[in-house]
Design a protein around this ligand. Structure first.
Ligand SMILES: [Mg+2]
Length: 317
């Protein structure tokens, strides 16, 4: 048994090479990276992290330094489920989502990293060992890129071996989105996996209209068409829009996922290990996504069009 000796945390501001925009977050000039390094009494350490798209990192750092460091002091680093619940409940009143769960995510990830290092195993094997290879897509924060720049970015990603592409939608006029999606589909060829991400831009009615307009271009999914809190709205968009729906990067608790999945409003739950509560929470959401989406992507990748066949590489590790 190794007790937690200390938690070292840091906040870094990472300037972006170019200002990025999506449909909701405004201009992003820098990302914030918050790190947590858990050291145990034997001198071993594990590292976790979370990030923001530009604001709130100081609050996350504060939770790590002022709350989690005290809650976890001298605790057995191996009792991750116990520690997760201890942090969750001791910060519950002012916590649950927001900076608190981002801090918990970084802390939990560090505990799992420490456990894996001590076991001499990669994390994927420690937590069950299904397959070290997963299908990956490439996507940028590219809503405002001119179309030719978007297609050049796509070519770069295809050249790097990605065999699925995600692009942003949610421009001022739906017709602009449709034109860009049509061009991307033509560029990629029929059957090549293409995902669309609206970053919560629309109302339910707008999302249904958009989904129907995108349907001829056969997207794998439409991501975050509406704000994450509108659970019933997701079910409507899925049922009336006719496209599979992906969501999860703005869900912050296991209950958020439970409600959305139970509503029938999400086809592809997307827990983000950096903000859903870390590896511990991710694993509890993952059974809903681990089999079907991977299978779907693999099937779609197998029936790639000529462009994809020429450029496709083995699964990215
Ligand atoms: Mg997204």
């Amino acid at each position: 048994m190794a007790k937690i000796a200390r938690i070292e945390s840091g906040l870094y501001r990472i300037p972006l090479p170019q200002v990025l925009t999506d449909s909701t977050h405004g201009e992003m000039h820098a990302f914030e990276l918050v790190t947590a390094r858990v050291r145990d009494g034997d001198g071993a350490d594990g590292v976790g992290y979370t990030f923001t798209v530009g604001r709130g990192g100081g609050a996350v750092l504060s939770v790590l330094r002022q709350e989690i460091a005290e809650i976890a002091a001298n605790a057995d680093a191996d009792r991750i489920e116990f520690l997760w619940n201890k942090v969750w409940w001791e910060t519950h009143y002012g916590g649950r989502g927001g900076p608190t769960v981002l801090a918990l995510s970084a802390f939990d990830m560090a505990l799992w990293d420490l456990k894996a290092k001590r076991a001499g195993l990669p994390l994927w094997r420690l937590i069950g060992g299904h397959d070290p290879r997963v299908p990956c897509y490439a996507g940028g924060i590219d809503l405002d890129l001119p179309l030719d720049a978007l297609l050049r970015q796509t070519d770069d990603n295809l050249g790097r071996g990605f065999r699925a592409i995600k692009m942003k939608v949610g421009r001022a006029r739906l017709a602009e989105d449709v034109e860009r999606v049509r061009a991307m589909r033509g560029h990629l060829g029929d059957g090549f996996p293409l995902m669309l991400d609206a970053n919560m831009r629309w109302t339910v009615a707008e999302a249904v209209r958009a989904a129907r307009a995108f349907a001829p271009y056969d997207p794998v999914w439409l991501e975050e068409p509406i704000p994450p809190d509108d659970v019933a709205g997701h079910a409507r968009v899925l049922a009336e829009g006719g496209l599979p729906i992906a969501a999860g990067e703005n869900l912050r608790t296991l209950w958020d996922f439970r409600h959305l999945i139970a509503s029938g409003g999400v086809s592809y739950p997307e827990p983000d290990v950096t903000n859903c509560g870390g590896v511990t929470a991710f694993m509890k959401v993952a059974p809903g996504r681990s089999v079907r989406p991977a299978g779907d992507l693999a099937r779609r990748a197998r029936r790639d069009g000529p462009l994809a066949r020429r450029r496709a590489e083995p699964l990215v590790s």
